[in-house]
Design a protein around this ligand. Structure first.
Ligand SMILES: NC(=O)c1ccc[n+]([C@@H]2O[C@H](COP(=O)([O-])OP(=O)(O)OC[C@H]3O[C@@H](n4cnc5c(N)ncnc54)[C@H](OP(=O)(O)O)[C@@H]3O)[C@@H](O)[C@H]2O)c1
Length: 231
């Protein structure tokens, strides 16, 4: 069964997601507080975003080939919720198998080294393979359900991970915190980074589910993906 997927993002009126020049104190709350109200068994982020939470220490991986099969691994955990990272080449390093109250699941391709798998096993971090060289995101979602019982996933960014799930047509709902900010940078990250310019792909249409004024002058807008309007 494919879990239900809600993509959650905080953006400016021009769809930018990096807060470098926004000047907010306590900026995490604008993303986190609405996110916490979305019921989900797992949150999922891209490798770049997860590196804000993974180990900052220097870890030395074993040298040479380590005898570990490239098969899915479920580490020991006692949590009910999960932190999932799309990390195709195995770049996140870990001191523990937890981020906050969630058990970490790495989504890998078979490009990763067995020494990296050894690192993950030594920390009891779970991992699944989503493809040989590139990822099949539908397969990834299926495995999250089959191996961990995950029924609802909240995708928490950044722009590239949001964009790849959008392109694959796997998002059911979009939760957008619209900040009262006109960012105005060009070439900086947007909510959905899919591809440059206009190709054959059609944009995804959304249907308004609810809208609420929060933090005085922010809007929390929730949309359903209009599956009938996808080409
Ligand atoms: N405002 C918000 O709502 C919000 C939310 C989250 C994050 N952010 C910000 O966004 C920034 C990071 O965003 P980002 O777009 O640069 O990075 P990201 O989406 O966090 O991570 C992108 C990386 O994830 C991997 N990846 C994602 N989708 C993949 C796919 N389909 N197949 C293979 N690999 C895939 C790739 O890793 P490899 O490069 O290792 O191949 C890719 O480079 C940070 O500054 C963060 O603070 C903002």
């Amino acid at each position: 069964m494919k879990p239900y997927v809600i993509c959650h993002s905080l953006g400016s009126v021009d769809g930018k997601i990096k807060q470098n020049i926004w000047g907010y104190k306590d900026h995490h709350k604008y993303f986190e507080e609405p996110a916490a109200k979305i019921k989900a068994d797992a949150w999922l982020v891209g490798r770049v975003t997860m590196q804000e939470f993974s180990s900052k220490k220097k870890h030395t991986l074993k040298k040479g080939r380590v005898n570990i099969p490239k098969e899915d691994f479920v580490g020991q955990y006692s949590t009910k919720t999960f932190a999932v990272v799309i990390d195709p080449s195995g770049k996140c390093l870990w001191d523990t198998n937890m981020v906050s109250t969630e058990h970490v699941i790495e989504v890998l391709t078979k490009k990763v080294s067995t020494a990296y798998l050894d690192h993950l096993r030594s920390k009891n971090v779970s991992y699944i393979f989503g493809g040989e060289e590139s990822l099949d995101l539908e397969l990834v979602l299926e495995k999250l359900n089959t191996l961990f019982g995950i029924k609802r996933v909240r995708i928490d960014g950044g722009g590239h991970v949001n964009g790849s799930f959008l392109k694959a047509g796997l998002i059911d709902e979009f939760s957008f915190v619209l900040a009262p900010i006109a960012d105005g940078t060009t070439g900086s990250l947007t909510v959905f980074e899919v591809e440059e310019g206009y190709g054959k792909r059609k944009a995804t249409r959304l249907k308004l589910k609810s809208v609420k004024k929060i933090f005085d002058d922010f809007l929390w807008i929730r949309y359903m993906v209009d599956k009938n309007k996808r080409s």
